[in-house]
Write a protein that binds this ligand. Structure first.
Ligand code: GCU
Length: 672
């Protein structure tokens, strides 16, 4: 039947090559499940479901192998066994032992992750004969953040309304919640914040706690805990108190009681995510308290439980003279060491806001005494919603792999090493991403955007994986095993982000958007706030383009370590992708490409838009290898992308030309 994309990367279609299929089947004749934990049961069931599809055989689940061999044994054990010793709590070891494949972990969740890893081996056509595979998650809390509202909408969601049917919950539990949990567990995602950071206080009412508890009841069997975004003044708005001052004893008591109420309904509740004093949201500063005061009050309320506070560092003030780039660092670095040990500060990858290309946030490496977690954005708020094909692993990797030089010498202080705790010895480690899922049948609107959910999950588990490896794996699990098609699609994915950046925000431009962050509006000079105009970011004038963040400008560069400053401070040597992030460059300046800034910009805008035509041609070639429904869907979206890339190109070029007063270079000039 036609594939509507619902099954994501958990398709489990029958392996066509009979010899290969039988080879796998010889090693998967039974599944041994010895234990009663619901998560272990999920592991066995997932294996059974997957193998049924892939091998076309019903593989029995038994409790004891006796002396049978040729099966899969699930083992949760704290035992002295060397295989187990090298694992952290959720890690797994898959090994061929006494002619059985053993999947061992210290936790039931680890066994579940191992089960999915074994299925992945088979789905991607690899041998399972001599398996000896050890994998430990490098980061402890791996979460999706859903910006979902009580009225069913999703802030920055492009795949339909919310997955959570608030009006039906808790009495009606959509079976789709199980599939959501399965998909996440297959990647090792172990937590989900179910509501928007611009939070409604209603989520803390009994009515909503019961609804969220019903979700938690489903997710629990897949090792996934639920978390809530909280509205900081809730003690006032729903608690009837006069204040929400975090140091007020009544307010503290309110949080203690509320937390107790939540844990009664959700015993494994994960904790709170907070957006405070950010973009008009209230917070502790309204009472002359600090972010740490606010976070610590919530942490205190969580003290009796295994829950944490994720306090967001996404803050900036509406000051036309200030540089928004510097705000989070300025507000948070003075608080280093002042947070309770249950608090982790959640930092967006870049200092502004999920731009298609952004330098890493200078907070990474600058708060050695405070665990920092990463916040990425999977949903394509600034990367073309659900019509533009942008594979995001390179965005995530570029940030993770950048050296902060927090400890001086090259190599050891990457952003990844900051957030995985290895650099500063953080007690807690976390990584989160704003989800791109919605009620659309295929989950993500654009079928290709499933890869971004997938890539985030895989990197959250192991940030050393490569963009290419993840793409290749995803294509083979989700779309096709035809080697040429796999190659073509992987290549398209890897180039897609660069192409988008070229027609959208080349050479370090940022934020040229209209209100909803989709259509080009680089000419926007007025808005509700000065820092919500386009000109605030690109600073075009008759001389040139770009935001001077060196000492002659905002000096935001001073927030980075000296080594990073040296790399980016000099416009002659600053890498082109970041040039206009840090420098105001004259139109006529010759860049290291041999072209002037103006000619280089035009070249990027034109080749970027043209490259979408190339994407269309490449995609057309894989038609025979792809399910017709998905093929047609992506073909349509690419046609829209092509048209919109031309808009982007023309909007930018014609607007910037009013400043540069230069002609469009000859190769791109249209005949009159
Ligand atoms: C962006 C986004 C908002 C969101 C905010 C945040 O500004 O446009 O919708 O609320 O980030 O992350 O808090």
């Amino acid at each position: 039947y036609a594939d509507d994309g619902y099954r994501l990367w958990l398709k489990y279609d029958l392996i066509k090559d009979v010899a290969k299929r039988e080879g796998y089947a010889r090693s998967a004749q039974f599944i041994v499940l010895n234990g009663t934990s619901p998560v272990l049961k999920s592991a066995a069931n997932e294996l059974q479901t997957g193998l049924q599809g892939l091998l076309g055989k019903s593989v029995p689940i038994i409790t004891n192998a006796g002396n049978r061999t040729g099966g899969i044994v699930l083992t949760e054990s704290k035992g002295p066994d060397a295989d187990i010793q090298q694992l952290n709590r959720e890690g797994y070891r898959i090994i061929k032992k006494q002619n059985n494949i053993t999947i061992a972990s210290k936790s039931d969740a680890g066994v579940l992750y191992g089960a999915f890893a074994l299925l992945r081996q088979i789905q991607t056509g690899q041998s399972i004969d001599n398996l000896a595979l050890t994998s430990n998650p490098k980061i402890q809390y791996r979460l999706l953040n859903h910006w979902d509202n009580t009225n069913g909408t999703i802030e920055r969601g492009y795949a339909g309304g919310t997955l959570w049917k608030w009006y039906e919950l808790p009495a009606t539990v959509d079976p789709r919640y199980v599939d959501y949990a399965r998909a996440n567990a297959s990647l090792g995602i172990n937590g989900t914040v179910v509501n928007n950071v611009n939070a409604s206080a209603r989520f803390l009412t009994d009515e909503y706690i019961q609804k969220v508890a019903a979700l938690a009841n489903v997710f629990r069997s897949y090792g996934i805990r639920v978390y809530l975004s909280v509205y900081f003044p809730a003690p006032k708005t729903i608690g009837g108190l006069k204040t929400a001052d975090p140091l007020d004893p009544d307010v503290k008591k309110w949080w203690v009681d509320k937390t107790k109420e939540i844990y009664k309904a959700i015993p494994d509740f994960g904790g709170y995510l907070v957006k405070a004093n950010s973009e008009g949201e209230p917070g502790p500063q309204d009472y002359d308290r600090t972010h740490a005061d606010g976070a610590n009050t919530l942490a205190e309320a969580l003290k009796p439980y295994d829950g944490i506070v994720m306090w967001r560092a996404f803050v900036y003030k509406a000051d036309p003279k200030a540089d928004r780039f510097k705000a989070a660092y300025e507000e948070f670095t003075p608080l280093d060491g002042k947070f309770d040990k249950k608090v982790i500060v959640q930092v967006k990858n870049g200092p502004i806001d999920f731009q298609p290309r952004e330098p890493f946030s200078p907070l990474f490496g600058a708060m050695p005494k405070t665990p920092l977690s990463m916040e990425f954005q999977i949903t394509q708020e600034y990367t073309g919603f659900a019509t533009h094909w942008v594979y995001e692993a390179p965005i995530f990797k570029e940030c993770l792999d950048t050296d902060t030089y927090a400890k001086g010498k090259a190599g050891g202080s990457t952003v990844a090493n900051v957030i995985d705790g290895s650099l500063h010895g953080y007690a807690m480690t976390a990584i989160a991403s704003v989800a791109n899922t919605g009620a659309d049948r295929n989950w993500t609107g654009n079928p290709m955007a499933q890869a971004n959910w997938y890539a985030f999950g895989r990197l959250a588990w192991d940030h050393t994986l490569t963009s290419e490896g993840i793409a290749n794996e995803w294509v083979r699990m989700t779309l096709t095993s035809d080697p040429n098609a796999v190659k073509t699609i992987t290549d398209l994915m890897l180039k897609s982000r660069g192409i988008y950046v070229d027609y959208n925000t080349p050479i370090g431009l940022s934020r040229p958007w209209s209100g909803i962050h989709f259509a080009p509006e680089p000419w926007q000079e007025k808005s509700a706030r000065p820092d919500w105009t386009a000109i605030y970011y690109h600073r075009a004038d008759s001389i040139g383009l770009g935001f001077d963040r060196t000492a002659t400008g905002s000096n935001a560069l001073a927030q980075y370590s000296p080594e990073v400053q040296r790399k980016w401070n000099n416009p002659e040597t600053c890498p082109l992708p970041y040039l206009l992030w840090f420098h105001h460059v004259p139109w006529t300046k010759k860049l290291n490409t041999g072209r002037t800034l103006w000619d280089e910009l035009c070249t990027r805008f034109y080749t970027g838009a043209d490259s979408v035509g190339w994407m269309q041609q490449q995609w057309a070639q894989v038609k025979p290898a792809i399910d017709p429904e998905i093929f047609a869907d992506v073909t349509g979206r690419l046609a829209t992308q092509r048209m919109e890339a031309i808009w982007w190109r023309d909007s930018w070029v014609l607007y910037l030309q009013t400043y540069s007063k230069k002609p469009i270079p000859a190769p791109f000039k249209k005949p009159e």
